[in-house]
Design a protein around this ligand. Structure first.
Ligand code: DQA
Length: 147
């Protein structure tokens, strides 16, 4: 399904809207999905939008994204801990844009390291839910490649 974009969200992102709104904003996960859906519609792309609180399930979601246009991935806290997720990206040969709502580099030191960045095509952080739309635009236009 090369015309499908998978937007995959990790732990605690189901609580968006009420979770530390001063850091993550007031938009809910449903708002994020709606923004992704309209971005995909604009580009004529299908959308698979998923959230899980479980690391292994995120690995399965990544495996299921094999053959897609690409993945917008906010792995949340697993970004900073998970070799399994980085391995899944490589194993499935995925083009991934890593997204974070908050600017992780302006936060605690443990958020400055990402296991995903070295295997991602690009990284967007600190722009709130707009980051998801920008990531979809990048995957849609140049497949995320610098042109
Ligand atoms: C996050 C940043 C992570 O450090 C954190 O663990 C999250 C959300 C973000 O979107 O800003 O859960 O990925």
């Amino acid at each position: 399904m090369p015309d499908t974009v998978h937007v995959l969200n990790g732990p605690n992102l189901n609580l968006l809207g009420t979770r530390e709104p001063e850091i993550y904003g007031r938009s809910t996960i449903a708002d994020v999905e709606a923004a992704c859906r309209s971005a995909c519609e604009r580009h004529g792309l299908d959308l698979v939008f998923r959230q899980t609180n479980h690391e292994g399930e995120l690995v399965t979601f990544l495996q299921e994204a094999r053959g897609s246009r690409g993945v917008v991935l906010n792995a949340a806290a697993y970004t900073h801990t998970s070799v399994a997720i980085a391995d899944a990206i490589k194993a499935a040969g995925l083009i991934v844009v890593e997204v974070h709502l908050s600017n992780v580099f302006a936060r605690e030191a443990f958020r400055h390291h990402s296991f995903i960045s070295p295997v991602a095509r690009g990284v967007i952080c600190g722009l709130g839910i707009d980051g998801y739309r920008l990531a979809i635009d990048a995957l849609a236009t140049a497949g995320g490649k610098i042109s």
